[in-house]
Design a protein around this ligand. Structure first.
Ligand code: UD1
Length: 338
């Protein structure tokens, strides 16, 4: 199939492109490189030994997207593109609502005009808010605590409404838990701009000497060791989840949501210790106060994806740490090191 991947140069997008190509699909990337690097596209090509069609475009520009749909016989779309920093979304809510919502609306309108009915959307476990008890299943109540999370929630609702109007449509909403790791080549990986918000890139940057010390946000939660528990999932498992979801959209005529997680919780301290053991790198840390908006525990019930998508995460925390470090070690400054 010919698949349009929006945000395909980004962290999860680039890994998914590789998995799509490995499964025999043709990939067209549309990305404005606002939070990604052109080099990642070159790396996808060199790893896969396949030519990739790349458009540097802002998805909000309808004409540019129309041109892509005119130029290719697109069978399905995987939609990753969007702003994703929680803190920034609180400071610039309009920017987040405008970018994330408008781009999705433009994309859907263009898909509708070209009778492209299959869509996989990059959502997040953030749509479960703070109140759900883990393991969290898809039918848990939905609630977002910040503008970024609300854009995910709103888009899920928009896609549900939209799909009801088109009987042939098939939409998979993929709610990711905590993606970490990198492709085993170490040629592509997560390259956050500025100070990382998420735990794993912070750990790897401390290990690489880019940051002095990791702050652990609270050790007085009601968890195994007092630190926050999350469901870390290897980005290559996540990538395969997208391919499976894409295959699912071939045979379904609904809009449905799926958790992509391992179903296993790991605490901050457990992850730090596993990282040190696997990599032999010391990660100095200090305990600091809780981060506002954090929950003690959040992990998935991944049964629905297993049953309906025939997908299950297979890589463990050891492999996640090894691959995250392999990327960071080879690229201490991310793509700029190249
Ligand atoms: C965060 C976002 C969430 C987003 C998700 C995926 C917040 C409040 N939530 O979730 O909306 O969907 O990332 O990108 O930002 N931690 C530290 N020190 C650090 C960084 C994190 O101790 O420097 C702890 C956190 O308190 C948490 C765990 O590590 O217990 C994981 O944090 P993080 O990687 O930011 O993911 P989430 O909190 O799950």
């Amino acid at each position: 199939m010919e698949i349009l991947v929006t945000g395909g140069a980004g962290y999860i997008g680039s890994h998914t492109c590789l998995e799509l190509i490995a499964q025999g699909h043709q990939v067209i990337i549309a990305d404005n490189l606002s939070n990604s690097h052109r080099l990642s596209v070159e790396r996808i090509q060199s790893i896969s030994q396949k030519e990739i069609v790349f458009y540097e475009v802002n998805l909000c520009y309808e004409k540019a997207i129309e041109d892509i749909f005119q130029a290719h016989a697109i069978d399905a779309v995987i939609h990753f593109a969007g702003f994703k920093a929680v803190g920034e979304s609180v400071e610039k809510p309009l920017m987040y609502y405008q970018n994330n919502l408008e781009s999705t609306l433009v994309l859907c309108k263009t898909m509708e005009r070209h009778k492209v009915h299959r869509l996989v959307f990059s959502s997040s476990a953030t749509v479960y808010g703070m109140n759900s008890k883990s393991p969290i299943a898809e039918h848990a109540s939905l609630y977002a605590t910040n503008p970024y999370g609300r854009t995910k929630l709103f888009i899920e609702k928009i896609l549900r409404d939209w799909s009801k109007t088109i009987p042939e449509s098939s939409v998979a909403l993929l709610r990711y838990f905590n993606p970490v790791g990198a492709h085993s080549s170490g040629l592509i990986g997560e390259d956050p701009q500025g100070i990382p918000n998420n735990l794993m890139p912070y750990i790897t940057q401390v290990a690489a000497g880019r940051r002095e010390i990791l702050s652990i946000f609270g050790n007085d939660y009601d968890t195994i060791d007092g630190t926050g528990v999350r469901d870390y999932i290897h980005v290559m498992d996540l990538a395969l989840g997208h391919v499976k979801a894409l295959e699912y959209t071939l045979n379904s005529k609904v809009c449905d949501a799926f958790n992509l997680g391992t179903g296993k919780g790991t605490s901050v301290l457990e992850l730090v210790k596993a990282f040190e053991l696997v990599t032999g790198q010391k990660v100095p840390y200090q305990i600091s106060k809780r981060r506002s908006g954090d929950v003690a525990t959040c992990f998935a019930n991944p049964t629905k994806a297993k049953n309906k998508l025939s997908w299950e995460a297979t890589r463990d925390v050891v492999q996640m740490c090894r691959d995250s470090w392999n990327w960071q070690r080879k690229h201490p400054m991310g793509y700029l090191s190249s």
